[in-house]
Design a protein around this ligand. Structure first.
Ligand SMILES: [Zn+2]
Length: 256
């Protein structure tokens, strides 16, 4: 019950700690409580639930680094260990990269794709928020290029994990939303299916897997937790199903 989601493949690296938050946890009184990572709080250090979740995966006394997510394609490089998280969270971006141990980075989602990426040779980690608009802007490909440019990462050595997101089962969109993807991936058999007249079901996980391969990752190094947020609101949060709702936290850290 309330199991955290993890990528088995990332678990094989002892230097990594990572997890994806479930909707609920048991609090100190033994009651079921929902994780609520309040956005109003601007992910401040007082956010008890963030701390609580990090502690549950063994991250203690380390501040979580997040960015101001804007559905864009900007990548924030955390390369200054003196930078505090309250400064970083002001930066508008949708991906974070770092090679500094002891700095947990993360993204919030509710239907969008949380993607973690790891370079086991150079020990570089990344966390990506890729929704429809981020995917449209090839954020995963841009992260892979940036890892190569900044750190010298080789795409074929990278490992990527796609966390729970809205699936092709539930993500019905207008034709206009499909068009940009048709330009990127003309053969739509694997990522698009027709719905009601003028509507389509878009599979963003399939899109990002294909984009990852285009970026040079090996097919066998791209993993996904295929649990649709919209189908599983008991365990996860779905913006599409619930409207105003909580967020899923996906985090990764290099142990120091
Ligand atoms: Zn679904």
């Amino acid at each position: 019950m309330f199991k955290k989601f993890k990528f088995n493949q990332f678990e094989t690296f002892p230097e990594l700690v990572h997890a994806i938050s479930p909707r609920c946890f048991k609090n100190d009184q033994g009651e079921t409580e929902e994780f609520f990572f309040q956005e109003k709080d601007k992910y401040g250090e007082t956010n008890y639930h963030v701390k609580r979740f990090l502690e549950s995966i063994g991250i203690t006394n380390n501040d979580l680094y997040l960015v101001n997510q804007v559905h864009g394609d900007k990548i924030f490089i955390l390369d200054d260990s003196g930078l505090v998280n309250s400064e970083v969270v002001k930066k508008s971006a949708d991906a974070l990269l770092t090679d500094i141990p002891g700095k947990p980075i993360g993204v919030f989602t509710a239907d969008c794709l949380p993607i973690l990426i790891y370079d086991p040779r150079l020990k570089v980690i990344g966390a990506i928020h890729a929704g429809r608009r981020g995917s449209e802007q090839n954020i995963l490909l841009k992260v892979v290029r940036e890892m190569n440019r900044v750190y010298g990462s080789r795409p074929k050595e990278l490992i990527a994990g796609i966390g729970p997101a809205i699936g092709g089962c539930c993500y019905e969109v207008e034709e206009a939303c499909i068009q940009p993807f048709r330009k990127m991936l003309p053969d739509d058999t694997h990522w698009c299916r027709s719905g009601l007249p003028g509507k389509y079901f878009l599979d963003l996980i399939a899109v990002n897997k294909m984009e990852g391969e285009k970026a040079g990752l090996l097919q066998e190094n791209i993993f996904s937790i295929d649990q649709c947020t919209c189908c599983s609101t008991r365990n996860l949060y779905s913006y599409r199903r619930e409207g105003k709702t909580g967020r899923i936290l996906t985090t990764i850290m290099l142990r120091s």
